[in-house]
Design a binder for this molecule. Sequence first.
Ligand SMILES: [Zn+2]
Length: 288
Amino acid sequence: MKVETNPWGRWREIGDRVFVRRNRTLDVNAGLILGDERCLVIDTRSSEREGRELYRAVRSITPLPYVVTLTHSHFDHCFGTSVFAEAQPDCEIWAHERCRAELAASGVQQRMEIAGWLRESGEEVLADELDAVTVTLPNRTVNAADVSLDLGGRQVRLHHPGRGHTDNDLIVDVPDADVTFLGDLVEQGAPPSFDHAYPLDWPDTLTRLLDQVGRVVVPGHGDTVDAAFVARQRSEIAQVAELARKLPPQLEDAELEWQANRLAVGGAAGFIALKRAQEHLAELAQLQ
Ligand SMILES: [Zn+2]
């Protein structure tokens, strides 16, 4: 008899004292890494209600003081941050410097857009939750240089590998457990998300990562994967970049949609990806 196990809402230890928790909303992942003196929480979910739930889940595992890391500036990864900041007032909140800049410049705008979109989809309760979010800015930033965090008897590395899903994706490496958290640079169970992406740069960013990732790779959404999965998703995104470079500039949307249907990432994601790539190609052409 096949036993169905619900993959959501529980911690799974995927390496020595390294945990991942898949959350049902958007199938988004949160991570938890334990040191001897403090722990690291990776991403805080989409709202303060969800942040509180995650906070309680962290406390079900450890009483240690925590550090928070945000993988990028999208609401589903960082809108629960205020819960962690309030519960521990000296809390370090790490992110890429452009993640901080993006949240400072347009975090409130993002909140309004997502709440509006939820309301239009009939999700009144979730929309109200979004409206109630206090956008909390990171207070520690990473730029071009790697950052090593000492959790007590264990070091984790934060670094930005280049533009991809956004311009502010941050990777968390746990070398002694052979685990890497990639944020939305990789997605399992859904196509990569291109709304704020750099499809022309993304394949090279993943290429640079391929020989660095651990045995276990945690995507921003979905089940854990491995380097072979990252390589396959890299090929799919490279296919987008190649097609975008071949197409004539300023194609009509109908033509782009038709072209997108040929892509392995699927027509819907592919259309957004081709639009973004065409915008970037037009910018590059203007610079020449
Ligand atoms: Zn994202």
